[in-house]
Every structure is written in structure tokens, then in C-alpha cells.
Design a protein around this ligand. Sequence first.
Ligand SMILES: C[S@@+](CC[C@H](N)C(=O)[O-])C[C@H]1O[C@@H](n2cnc3c(N)ncnc32)[C@H](O)[C@@H]1O
Length: 271
Amino acid sequence: MRSPTVTLLLGQDGWVEHVDNGIRYTFDVTRCMFSPGNITEKLRVASLPCAGEVVADLYAGIGYFTLPYLVHAGAAFVHACEWNPHAVEALRRNLELNGVQDRCQIHPGDNRQLELRDVADRVNLGLLPSSEEGWPIACQLLRKGTGGILHIHQNVESFPAKALHLHSGHLEEQQLQQCPEQAFSNRQEDQRNCRNPKDADRTDSGRETPAAMARAEWQRWAETTGARIRILLQQLHGKPWRTNILHIEPVKSYAPHVDHVVLDLECRPLS
Ligand SMILES: C[S@@+](CC[C@H](N)C(=O)[O-])C[C@H]1O[C@@H](n2cnc3c(N)ncnc32)[C@H](O)[C@@H]1O
């Protein structure tokens, strides 16, 4: 729910208005959270080429990403899911404030119960520390004939000690048992589209810098996520899919050695 612990000292209610990037957001500060730290991601979403697309925003909140998709990115329609009734009320007001209420359907309640399927060109999964519980519904929402793009948020840890136990390969082993050729070709494709951890910055003594280790950890997380989403899509549709890491966006440092990143993952059915 991300409910704040705020006490109102003065005034009748906690409703405020905040404007960023030309979008008006109203919300009750005593009931809903607002993440100023996500501004770079909101600006990036606003610049995505979404003209004519149907987008699903699984963790819509008060519309932090739903509104940039509608107002700036040119999305034709957004399905916005949210289970906090106070956030749903703010989202409803925000759609009207910005004149885009006709291009958005709010789905109040737990997004994992959503009946909707086969509608989205793009799915936004903006939940921390992980949106993993939303991956199956995101796969269900993607258009089964053409697929689309997932924007997957995650807090990725890169504790130095963790680097010693890297990448157990468990997932790939699992996929190798199910579909050996595809596990191999998908991994090669993922590697072609990503920065190679071996190219990362090194200190004079040849050791990887903390920043380089963090990037390598994001890359490993993205590759594992791509493989897991591919398996989910294959299980859902009973035919092979490919996933392709388009981009990994660092949003903010969440805590020491913990970074909030967004993976842009292209998912397409193989003909
Ligand atoms: C971090 S906030 C999202 C805000 C926005 N995406 C951002 O990053 O600024 C997460 C939102 O997802 C909602 N949420 C979490 N789990 C959910 C679920 N299973 N179904 C629907 N909404 C959910 C919470 O109520 C909260 O408003």
C-alpha cells in the first residue's frame, strides 16, 4: 500500500497538488506516497515512443507513470491497476485534472486477480523491492500474437561478497532441461544486446570498481529475469518466445549497494 505516516497539523485535509513535467498530480499526503526520487524514470517514460500503443501499468499508484504515458508518450490507452483505494481516488482525479480520463481504465484491486489478457503492447511493473509477483500477469497481458515490452523495476543488490557466488546458473539449467537449443540461443542474444561485464571499469591493480561490479550484477539479474520471463511466456502460450534485453536504466541508489534499476525487456513469440 505504501501508506505514509503523516500527521496533519493544520488544515482540513491532506489533499495537495504537485506539478511536474507539465502534469498535475493531486493526492492526499496523509494517505498516499509520492516518489520524487523516480523523476528520471518518469521523464524517460514520458519520452518513450508509445504512439497508438495500449499500456498496462500494474502498480499505478496515483498515476506516476500512467500519466506520463498518456500525456507525453502518446499511449492510445492505459489499463491502470491499483489496490490502495486512496491512491485509486487520487488517480481518478488526476486523469480528470489532465483531461485524459477517456483513455484510461482503472482496475481497482489486486492485479494478480486481473481477468484481462492479450491486450498490451507494453507493461509497466513499478514495484519495489521487486515486481516479481506481477510477472505472470504481465505475461498474460502482453499481446499473444505480437508480444511487446516489459519495464521491470527491481532493487538489485551488489554487495562485494555476493560477487564471489555469482550466477549459479540454476535457471539456465532448468531451461536447458526443458528446451536446450533455445536456452543457448537466447543467452547468446541477451549477451549481444548488453554491455559485457568484462568491459567494465577496472582499478589500476586490475580489480573491478564497485560501480563496475554493480553494473555486472544488474546485467546478471537482467539475464536471469529474461530467461524466467521467457519460460513463463512459453508455459502460458505453449510455444516458444524470445526475450531481448533492450536497456537497463539505473533510477536511483536505494541504499548502500542496493540500486533501483529498470529492465526494458522485449518479448516476442517465435513464429
Ligand atoms: C511504489 S508504488 C508505485 C508508484 C509508482 N509506480 C512509482 O514508482 O512512483 C506501488 C503501488 O502499487 C500498489 N500495489 C502493490 N501491490 C499491488 C497489487 N498486487 N495489486 C495492485 N496494486 C498493488 C501499491 O498500493 C502502491 O500504490
